[in-house]
Design a protein around this ligand. Structure first.
Ligand code: FAD
Length: 605
């Protein structure tokens, strides 16, 4: 037998005996690559008996995944199909359907596709069983929590899904010390949250019920583990920092099926990688423990929409709001958004913390007075509203339900009272994306001599498409300890010096290929994508190396490694190689994904 025949017959034996294959890999240093994953219909696809064994191992929690949309393809005019499309505007419905995702697709990029099977995990042991089964059978594995990935990284056709939604327990701690950290770290107040919980429920437990603050995301229905691994920004991140930087400990199932604790004292490299290294790349997180903070007395918001009557007036308005931000709002007290729209409309949706209502009013008075002094140039499409409330009510479902227009309920009969979401996120539920891009803007642009260039760029961009400054998604202006904690994450260090993330996106209503009358409008999508490209080009002229936020990046960004992780990429790849040397975990533009075909099925030679 020559060397080639020997290798071939060894390979055949190994593919028949998954256990032996793992052993062979271990003996080869754990780095022998799986070249191709199997799909249904391939001879190596697991038999019905194998699936049944997995089902027994996970106590009957293996499900065959059906998308509610498949019935629509067969009978698009049926009333049941209209019902499904109505439900697609409810993020709670989307979150609890293993066959759906919050975004239904992105033109030219991806289409939401159900997995073949899902393990609806309820315990860490379920996750271990699913990871082992996927590895041993060379399956394409996906992990889904809240299902909010814009880039479609929590779904894939022909895959096995680990669906964590049912793992949602939340436990408060007065004095948490991480495993093996006793004597090294002072005990501190914290909260442990299972991976599949969503932020609405975490905030309700931590803030409404326990009177503490935890740094999470802005959107209430985003999943805990997905956001933490993204880096994660919430409305008040300018004060409390990046969500990932508040991570004290995670429980993770890695590709070898081992349950690991990751914290500053145990597996610190994995711990660092989980903080901003991107979801679905290093293992399955089953639980996170996050630092909690003292709750400020008040949270509040400032809302207004201003219409300028000419391009020249809008350019002046852009200049004036840049001055206001740089002089009065560039500090930990202020967060959220200022949007510049092509119709010469400026939308303000800002939040504040640690200020009383009269202090917030004083900060904005000169700006609103300036608008009122030029009625020929400006009018209010919606009058300014400035509101402060006890911080404990900010995410209190009972309180929010009494305030018209702020939140919407989960409309399903019998849904829990705590299931609410910001009305402002309605448009994104079930959306079909046309474009989505972001870039960080360095704080040097707020220096007096650069403000004109910044206002020019925002104005020029808005001639093409709307752009929005998310000032809570850049850490310049935050307290030093928030910046230092973010420096110790995998996120592109550009975030530390950025005063804002600029976002521009376009989407259509829920749509799905193959459903007559509900097909995506690809022609409009192409026009919108070009307009967003043109707008963001104006911004990038000003900040060519801004970097971009992994969760809110452009699917088509070819410089994704630099954009999302910058100088941290090599270190992140080393973590990937240590904990997942064979690339079991693959997501589009995730760490190590450059070694795989776009669908994650074939390893590149
Ligand atoms: C409407 C909307 C609003 C948003 N608002 C914000 C915001 O305010 N701030 C912000 O920072 N981001 C925001 N995002 C982005 C969002 O935080 C990220 O997309 C985040 O990764 C979503 O997490 P998820 O669990 O909901 O999504 P999923 O799609 O389930 O997961 C996202 C990624 O994480 C992986 N993942 C999920 N769970 C696990 C797990 N347990 N272990 C390992 N990997 C896992 C998935 O495989 C996938 O790659 C928003 C997104 C949407 C759609």
């Amino acid at each position: 037998m020559n060397r080639r025949q020997l290798l071939q017959s060894a390979g055949a034996a190994i593919s028949l005996l998954p256990g032996l294959r793992s052993l062979a890999k271990a003996q080869a240093g754990g780095n022998s690559p799986t070249l191709a994953r199997v799909r249904p219909g391939d001879p190596a696809w697991p038999s019905a008996a194998s699936w049944e064994r997995l089902n027994r191992e996970v106590n009957g929690r293996l499900i065959q995944v059906q998308s509610p949309l498949s019935a629509c393809a067969a009978r698009p005019a049926a009333p049941e199909c209209a019902d499904v499309f109505a439900q697609l505007k409810n993020p709670y419905y989307l979150g609890e359907e293993p066959g759906l995702t919050q975004t239904l697709g992105w033109a030219g990029a991806w289409t939401s596709s159900p997995s073949v099977h899902a393990v609806a995990a309820e315990t860490t042991a379920d996750v271990v069983a699913a990871v082992n089964f996927a590895r041993e059978n060379r399956l394409r594995l996906v992990v889904k929590g809240g299902g909010h990935s814009y880039q479609g990284t929590s779904n894939a056709p022909d895959s096995l899904l680990i669906w964590t939604r049912k793992m949602s327990a939340i436990t408060m701690h007065d004095a948490f010390v991480g495993a093996r950290c006793a004597g090294l770290q002072a005990p501190q107040p914290a909260v442990s949250i299972e991976a599949g919980a969503i932020w609405a429920h975490a905030y309700d437990a931590v803030t409404t019920k326990a009177g503490r603050y935890v740094q999470g995301g802005g959107c209430m229905t985003v999943g805990i583990a997905g956001l933490i691994q993204s880096g994660g920004f919430g409305s008040f991140s300018k004060a409390f920092g990046m969500a990932a930087a508040g991570l004290l400990e995670a429980e993770v199932v890695t590709a070898d099926g081992t349950v690991r604790i990751a914290n500053a004292c145990t597996n610190p490299d994995l711990f660092w990688g989980l903080k901003g290294g991107g979801g679905g790349s290093l293992g399955v997180v089953t639980r996170v423990t996050l630092r909690t903070h003292e709750l400020p007395e008040f949270f509040g918001g400032v809302f207004a929409t201003i219409k300028a009557n000419s391009d020249a007036a809008f350019r002046r308005l852009a200049g004036r709001i840049v001055e206001l931000y740089a002089d009065a709002l560039f500090n930990p007290q202020w967060g959220e958004q200022i949007a510049f729209r092509p119709s010469n409309v400026l939308s303000i949706a800002m939040v504040f913390q640690g200020l009383r209502q009269d202090e917030a009013e004083a900060a904005w008075r000169p700006f609103f007075d300036w608008i009122r002094q030029s009625p020929r140039d400006f009018s209010f499409a919606s009058e300014p509203t400035i509101l402060a409330a006890p911080a404990r009510h900010f995410w209190d479902p009972a309180f929010l339900r009494k305030m018209p227009g702020i939140v919407l309920p989960d409309s399903r009969p019998g849904a829990p009272e705590s299931n609410v979401f910001w009305a402002g996120n309605l448009e994104e539920a079930g959306q079909f994306l046309h474009a989505y891009q972001s870039t960080w803007l360095p704080q040097s642009l707020l220096q007096r001599e650069r403000r004109r260039a910044l206002a020019d760029a925002l104005f020029a961009a808005s001639r093409h498409w709307g752009v929005s400054l998310h000032v809570n998604k850049g850490l310049a202006g935050a307290p030093a300890e928030a910046i230092e904690a973010a420096r110790d994450t995998a996120t592109n260090p550009a975030v530390l010096d950025a005063f804002a993330l600029v976002l521009s996106g376009a989407e259509g209503p829920p749509a799905y290929p193959g459903i007559a009358g509900r097909e995506p409008d690809l022609r409009t999508a192409r026009q919108h994508a070009k307009a967003v490209d043109d707008a963001m080009r104006e911004i990038r002229k000003l900040a060519p190396d801004g970097g971009s936020y992994v969760s809110e990046g452009n699917f088509f960004d070819e410089t994704w490694r630099q954009s999302y992780w910058g100088a941290n990429y090599a270190r992140l790849l080393a973590v990937k190689d240590k904990y997942d040397p064979d690339g079991l975990f693959f997501v589009h533009h995730g760490v190590g994904s450059e070694r795989w075909s776009a669908d994650g099925f074939t390893r590149r030679p």
